[in-house]
Design a binder for this molecule. Structure first.
Ligand SMILES: Nc1ncnc2c1ncn2[C@@H]1O[C@H](COP(=O)(O)OP(=O)(O)OP(=O)(O)O)[C@@H](O)[C@H]1O
Ligand SMILES: [Mg+2]
Length: 253
């Protein structure tokens, strides 16, 4: 079967010419449907640049990208934005929440772009917030929420439309260990419900929780390996993990 993501010899050069930066320098990568994958590497190695390409936020300088069998490396801005709306939920490190909208309004926003009707939108947004344990905070604006709660709003916003792909860039950066655990449990739950989850991180503890790790260095892939213990434990742990997940999501609203 055609992989969900197939990238071949991808290059991204910023400022071509004398001061050029080869942020991606020949990346080839296949990601199957339903994988839970961590992209790791030092600061400046090209992780966010790769996420921008995979998320159709930007186009490569050279190379090919097939998403769901469709060549997306030469599409117009409008076409790329359609693909993003249909297929991808983004979680950014800085949350990117709109300060004067409450949690519900923030989660609803991408659903408007998707053309969802008002009632359906409200319902989907409320359900997503409930799933991340924020039922009692729906009417709060970002400034009235803790960092961990804001990040959970960002997660709810990414998943409300039930996109098949979740792309998260340092989703637990700046969070304490408790909030980090919550976010990771939510991401694991999304993976278990069949989504393809791609997490960018420089935290090895986070990377160990993914099934597969891709390590980037200087714009190319330095290593690509499976976390075997996660695979082996998967069947055995499914039940207890589910409990952990619902616990993680429901506790502390
Ligand atoms: N818009 C831009 N213009 C010029 N250079 C850029 C641009 N964006 C990123 N770069 C450069 O490309 C390289 C890769 O950047 P990128 O943001 O992908 O790194 P990263 O791995 O995400 O790092 P971090 O862990 O610090 O977020 C860096 O050297 C960076 O300075
Ligand atoms: Mg980055």
């Amino acid at each position: 079967m055609e992989p969900l993501i197939r990238v071949h010899d991808l290059h991204k050069i910023y400022n071509p010419g004398e001061n050029e930066v080869r942020a991606l320098d020949g990346v080839s990568l296949e990601i199957q449907r339903g994988e839970f994958i961590a992209i790791v590497g030092h600061s400046g190695s090209g992780k966010s640049t790769l996420m921008n390409m995979l998320g159709c936020l930007d186009v490569p300088t050279a190379g090919s990208y097939f998403l769901d069998g469709q060549d997306v490396s030469h599409l117009s801005d409008n076409q790329l934005s359609d693909i993003r709306n249909q297929k991808i939920g983004f979680i950014f490190q800085g949350f990117n929440l709109i300060p004067n909208l409450d949690a519900l309004g923030n989660v609803e926003l991408p659903l408007i772009y998707r053309g969802m009707g008002r009632r359906q939108r409200r319902k989907a947004a409320a359900e997503a917030l409930e799933r991340v344990g924020l039922k009692k905070r729906m009417r709060h604006k970002p400034g009235e929420l803790s960092g961990g709660q804001q990040q959970r709003v960002a997660v709810a916003r990414a998943v409300a439309a039930q996109p098949p792909i979740i792309l998260a860039d340092e989703p637990t950066g700046n969070l304490d260990s408790h909030s980090t655990l919550d976010i990771m449990n939510i991401l694991k739950g999304l993976h278990q419900s069949g989504r393809t989850v791609i997490v960018i991180t420089h935290d090895d503890d986070i990377a160990r929780q993914a099934d597969r790790v891709v390590r980037i260095m200087d714009g190319h892939i330095e290593a690509d390996y499976l976390n075997r213990e996660n695979h082996a434990d998967k069947k055995r742990n499914t039940e207890s993990e589910r409990e952990d997940i619902s616990h993680g999501i429901k506790k502390e609203q």
